[in-house]
Design a protein around this ligand. Sequence first.
Ligand SMILES: NC(=O)c1ccc[n+]([C@@H]2O[C@H](COP(=O)([O-])OP(=O)(O)OC[C@H]3O[C@@H](n4cnc5c(N)ncnc54)[C@H](O)[C@@H]3O)[C@@H](O)[C@H]2O)c1
Length: 369
Amino acid sequence: MSDKKPVGIGIIGCGNISGTYLKAAKDFPILDIRAVADRHHPTAVLQGEAFGVPVRSVADLLAADDIDIVLNLTIPQAHVEVGMAALAAGKHVYSEKPLAVTVSEGRKLIAEGERLGLRVGCAPDTFLGGAHQTCRDIVDSGALGQVVGGTAFFMCPGHERWHPNPDFYYKSGGGPMLDMGPYYITQLVNLLGPVASVTGMASMLRKTRPITSEPRNGEMIEVEVFTHVSGSLAFASGAIVQIVMSFDVAGHRHTPIEIYGTDATLLVPDPNHFGGQVETRAKNADWVDVPTTMPYWDGNFRSLGLADMAHAIRSKRPHRASGALALHALEVMAAVEDSARTGQRIEIATQPDRPAPLGDNIVNTILAH
Ligand SMILES: NC(=O)c1ccc[n+]([C@@H]2O[C@H](COP(=O)([O-])OP(=O)(O)OC[C@H]3O[C@@H](n4cnc5c(N)ncnc54)[C@H](O)[C@@H]3O)[C@@H](O)[C@H]2O)c1
């Protein structure tokens, strides 16, 4: 079988983010999107017609012989149910983040994939973007010296300002940590390796929130989750990173991620994007803008991790946006919130390897046009 033979993709979940994948997947010849499905069939019909992709029922898509990977773009609360159904149907599965809403559900999905010899992959894949791979290169070069710590901040007033159906962000399995934490923690693990233990504090000061986006402007959401979460992450390497994820902040001026080494500091751009300005400052020197030397920085390439997994299946190598990495991120996020509830420091059991850098060889020969 040729390494580059396209892999059949079936999308389940045709909501807000599906258009981004349907557009971006066209940049990756290894991805052949053969069908879309949604439990709300008219939603699938809309996206199928918009992108010229055949529409099937969820059951037909799962039963189809031409689908190798199910791309699971459902809401977080459905990720494991749909993922397990895909595995049971003999398909690999690549899911939007988070992997699951509880660690035990996430473990179940990973274990089932391993038992059946099928791949489980998971967003985010933004850490594969050019700016973030440039950061990885800087860390790996040793230019920072010994990394002692860092910070990670995502703080906004909440997604009910723009998302047409924002309820899931405030239900069990939502909240700023599970929603945005995956981008930050995955990039931190890409840079620094796994987290060993955490502490956390968190609050839910407003029990209801008004939707201000259309079409549901004025409806109220009952809040079930922490909406301001603050934690300390102790990495196995010894580095200590402060993290704050919040849906309760009007505005701020923190850099998304800062990494502090004994010889230099690294400013990492927004890990929800593939590009952005990388900066460094060595001891006794000025800030320097570091040019991005890796590809996939000047656009929204959500599909890069899926394309990497598709190629990994063909060439029998590990994929980078892996279920193991996503399970680790989930365990870390859940532990920060558990620590907030219990007041205890929590040890992290999963210790995945850092994903391999997206080297020039792979970029130039496999993922490019
Ligand atoms: N919206 C964004 O900008 C964005 C960005 C990055 C990641 N994500 C992630 O993508 C996922 C989807 O987010 P969204 O904003 O597209 O949500 P959405 O609510 O707009 O769409 C989800 C779709 O999944 C369908 N669905 C739900 N449960 C299902 C099931 N059991 N079987 C089949 N279909 C089912 C719904 O009918 C809906 O059409 C989430 O995990 C989210 O965290 C969203």
